[in-house]
Ligand binder design. Structure first.
Ligand SMILES: Cc1cc2nc3c(=O)[nH]c(=O)nc-3n(C[C@H](O)[C@H](O)[C@H](O)COP(=O)(O)O)c2cc1C
Length: 127
């Protein structure tokens, strides 16, 4: 079975919703959906309580950690840290259009920064 067939159904990353408790509950409903964390910002991982932000229950697999940020070096460091927690995927938020997220220069507004996007390969190399 290909990845696309396995994860045809995903539960989108949702700030203030898809925390580990919500994901645990969702996992009781299906084993086949890919689940996403809420967006976790790179500075929160670098300077905050990592276990609180990144720990999850084994039953949540397959689960992706979504990162938010606009500094490629910080994002690369945060991705390396997050991947040590055993996520199946590290995802960079380049799609969230909310005003709150764009105020932090994250999300969809990254699509307006081609040079920054090119440096996204730093994140890929870090995991
Ligand atoms: C409450 C809420 C929080 C969200 N938080 C995020 C987020 O953290 N990261 C992200 O990429 N998108 C976020 N989104 C956008 C969703 O992931 C999704 O892309 C959006 O709801 C569009 O999906 P739909 O077309 O199926 O409605 C959020 C959406 C909602 C409603």
């Amino acid at each position: 079975m290909t990845d696309t067939e396995k994860f045809r159904f995903c539960v989108a990353p949702m700030l203030d919703w898809t925390d580990r408790h919500c994901r645990y509950f969702m996992r009781l409903m299906t084993k086949r959906a890919r689940l996403y964390t809420e967006m976790v910002t790179a500075p929160a991982i670098l300077f905050g309580n990592r276990d609180l932000l990144l720990k999850f229950d084994e039953t949540e697999h397959p689960v992706a950690c979504q990162l938010g940020g606009s500094d490629p070096e910080d994002l690369a460091k945060a991705a390396a840290i997050a991947s040590q927690y055993g996520y199946d995927e590290i995802n960079l938020n380049c799609g969230c259009p909310s005003e709150r997220v764009q105020k932090g220069s994250f999300g969809a507004c990254l699509m307006l920064e081609p040079k920054l996007r090119q440096r996204g390969n730093l994140v890929q190399r870090a995991v």
